[in-house]
Design a protein around this ligand. Structure first.
Ligand SMILES: C[S@@+](CC[C@H](N)C(=O)[O-])C[C@H]1O[C@@H](n2cnc3c(N)ncnc32)[C@H](O)[C@@H]1O
Length: 292
C-alpha cells in the first residue's frame, strides 16, 4: 500500500525506492569552532563538502561519530534536511522561541546557536528523551535554553504565548526510508491515522500559543499527506493562521500536495516537500504559518 500511495503522489516513485544516502551530514557548532577551522581538522581524515542550503552544514564521508571533535561538541550529527525547519523559522536574535517537541535537540541547539541573546524554550513530553536533549544542550555550550516537560497537546492551557514556535512533530518517519529500507516493513496505515490525530492536537495547541502576527513552523520527516497537508488544512480551517510562502536556496524542493484521495488542500502548494531522491537526504515536510 505504501508503494501505491507514493505512486499516487509523485511520478518518480521508483527513484525514491532506489535512493541512497551517500554522505553523512553534520552541523558545525559555531559556539565552539569556526566552520573553516573544523573543515581543516576533518579534511585530514574525511572527504568534506559544504551543504549548499545551510552555511554551517557539512556533508562528510566516513564514520564521524568517533572523533574527538564530536565529543567536544564542535559539531552535531544532524540530517541535512533537518536543518531546514529552523532556517524557515528565522528566529530573531533577541526573541523567545518555543520548540514544542524538542528532544533530542538537533533543532533546539541549531536555533540556540544562532540566537545570541534570544532564548529557546525546549519542551518534550518524554522524560528519557529529555535526558538526551539536556546532554546535547550542555555539549553544545548553549546557555540560552530552558527545558520544560509538558504534554504539548495541552500547553496552551498553561497560558503560554510565543511569537515564534517550532512544531517538529512526532511522526511515522517514512522520509527516513533512504537510511533504512526496512522501515517499510513497519509501515502501517493505523499508525499514520493515530499520528495524524496527535499532530492535529499539537498544531491546535501551537496555534493557541501563537501571538498575533507570530510565526509557526510545522515540520515532519514523514511523507504521508495525513501527517502533513491534512494537519495544515485542519489548522487553516479552525485557527486564524495563513501559509507564508517558503523557499530555500541550494536544495531541490517540491510544493506540498494540493489534493489527496479526493480532498483538496487550498494553498498547500506554498508548503515545501523535500523528497529523498532529490538531494540524497531524508524526506521532510515544512510549512510556515502566520497568525493574523
Ligand atoms: C521528531 S521528534 C523531535 C526531534 C527534535 N525536534 C530534534 O530536532 O532533535 C518528536 C518529539 O516529539 C516528542 N513528543 C511526542 N508527543 C509529544 C507531546 N504530546 N508533547 C511534547 N512532545 C511530544 C517525542 O518525545 C519526540 O522527542
Amino acid at each position: 500500500m505504501f508503494i501505491e500511495r507514493i505512486r499516487a503522489m509523485i511520478p518518480d516513485a521508483e527513484a525514491l525506492f532506489s535512493a541512497e544516502q551517500e554522505w553523512q551530514s553534520i552541523r558545525v557548532n559555531l559556539l565552539k569552532i569556526g566552520r573553516d577551522e573544523l573543515v581543516e581538522r576533518l579534511h585530514e581524515q574525511f572527504e568534506v563538502k559544504p551543504i549548499p542550503w545551510c552555511e554551517y552544514g557539512l556533508f562528510v564521508r566516513g564514520n564521524i561519530a568517533k572523533m574527538l571533535e564530536y565529543f567536544l561538541g564542535y559539531y552535531h550529527i544532524q540530517g541535512a534536511s533537518s536543518m531546514l525547519p529552523p532556517l524557515a523559522l528565522e528566529p530573531e536574535t533577541q526573541e523567545m522561541v518555543l520548540d514544542m517537541c524538542a528532544a533530542p535537540g538537533s533543532k533546539t541547539t541549531q536555533m540556540a546557536m544562532v540566537m545570541e541573546r534570544g532564548i529557546v524554550v525546549a519542551n518534550d513530553v518524554n522524560i528519557k528523551r529529555l535526558r538526551a536533549l539536556s546532554h546535547n544542550i550542555q555539549k553544545s555550550g548553549a546557555t540560552n535554553c530552558i527545558i520544560t516537560n509538558y504534554d504539548a497537546r495541552f500547553m496552551y492551557k498553561q497560558g503560554f504565548k510565543s511569537r515564534a514556535i517550532l512544531l517538529d512533530a512526532p511522526c511515522t518517519a517514512s522520509g527516513r526510508i533512504i537510511k533504512d529500507k526496512h522501515r517499510l516493513d513497519q509501515w502501517n496505515y493505523h499508525r499514520i491515522q493515530h499520528m495524524s490525530n496527535v499532530q492535529k492536537m499539537l498544531i491546535r495547541s501551537a496555534c493557541e500559543c501563537l501571538e498575533k502576527d507570530g510565526v509557526l513552523v510545522y515540520s515532519t520527516c514523514s511523507l504521508e499527506p495525513e501527517e502533513n497537508e491534512e494537519v495544515i488544512a485542519y489548522a487553516l480551517e479552525r485557527f486564524d493562521v495563513e501559509i507564508e510562502p517558503l523557499s530555500f536556496t541550494g536544495i531541490r524542493t517540491r510544493p506540498g500536495l494540493t489534493s489527496w484521495q479526493g480532498r483538496r488542500y487550498e494553498g498547500l502548494e506554498r508548503a515545501v516537500r523535500v523528497w529523498p531522491q532529490d538531494n540524497g537526504t531524508e524526506g521532510f515536510f515544512i510549512c510556515k504559518l502566520r497568525k493574523y
